[in-house]
Design a protein around this ligand. Structure first.
Ligand code: SF4
Ligand code: SF4
Ligand code: SF4
Length: 233
């Protein structure tokens, strides 16, 4: 059944330790950034940022409140990005049997990133400057050696969790039950379709426009047409 994450947003303090640990483990350089009047920094995922703590401000009555969402690849059980990429290059994406990790290889270089982003329900894939497509790897190099992903290892609050799929599903149900009383809108996001399961306490769109599947405009027309006419037999 492979591995999964549980991201319990109710425990996240937005310390950004996970984001920094991800950069450090993946030896990703700094990203160009600018002040957008929020603590979210850099402004979006990019070729050097596979994990981003998103900050969304909302008003609760007269009081501003912040929602935190430590965004990363969901490692979909049936990853649509893999189909989009492999419409161009066979074997460019590894879907690891043991863990379920979806891992991009160097063969993704040159595949149009916009089409792959459009295929991903969560708007995750990005391109490096050399045209290679990148995203969270599930720290497969660590996990295969019995270590936790760097972002989980460093999280001080228990917001980031990782284990077998059965363990994480059980923990998700336990945490959901514990939060439901206080937060009637508490919910798990697409738990049957993904390996990075988010637990939120309010409407998913309050956290991030693409927190949950089905909020994207949908697969781009160009991609749909290319698949129709050039899909390998
Ligand atoms: Fe691919 Fe997006 Fe699913 Fe990650 S979340 S496996 S990038 S489709
Ligand atoms: Fe980054 Fe590894 Fe966490 Fe993925 S699993 S977000 S690559 S630290
Ligand atoms: Fe939130 Fe944990 Fe990441 Fe800190 S390390 S931002 S508490 S998920």
């Amino acid at each position: 059944a492979g591995m999964s994450f549980l991201v319990d947003t109710s425990r996240c303090t937005a310390c950004r330790g996970c984001q920094m640990a991800c950069k450090s483990w993946n030896q990703n350089g700094a990203s160009m950034t600018k002040n957008l009047g929020t603590h979210q920094n850099p402004p979006d995922l990019d070729g050097n940022t596979f994990k981003l703590v998103r900050f969304s401000e909302h008003m609760k009555g007269a009081k501003p409140v912040w929602y935190f969402f430590a965004d990363q690849c969901r490692h979909c059980l049936e990853p649509p990005c893999k189909d989009a990429i492999e419409g161009y290059v066979d074997g460019a994406v590894i879907h690891d049997e043991d863990t379920g990790a979806v891992v991009y290889t160097e063969k993704t270089q040159g595949v149009p990133v916009d089409e792959v982003r459009a295929a991903c329900p969560y708007d995750i894939p990005r391109a490096r400057e050399d045209g290679t497509l990148v995203k969270c790897t599930m720290c497969i190099d660590r996990v295969k050696n019995g270590l936790k992903p760097a972002c989980v290892q460093v999280c001080p609050t228990g917001a980031m969790n990782f284990g077998t799929r059965d363990e994480m599903m059980a923990l998700a149900q336990e945490r959901l039950a514990a939060l439901k009383g206080k937060f009637p809108k508490a919910q798990l996001l697409d738990p049957d379709d993904v390996r990075t399961i988010y637990l939120v306490t309010d409407d998913p769109q309050m956290y991030h426009p693409y927190a949950v599947a089905g909020l994207r405009p949908g697969i781009s027309r160009k991609l749909a047409l290319r698949k129709l006419f050039w899909a390998p037999a």
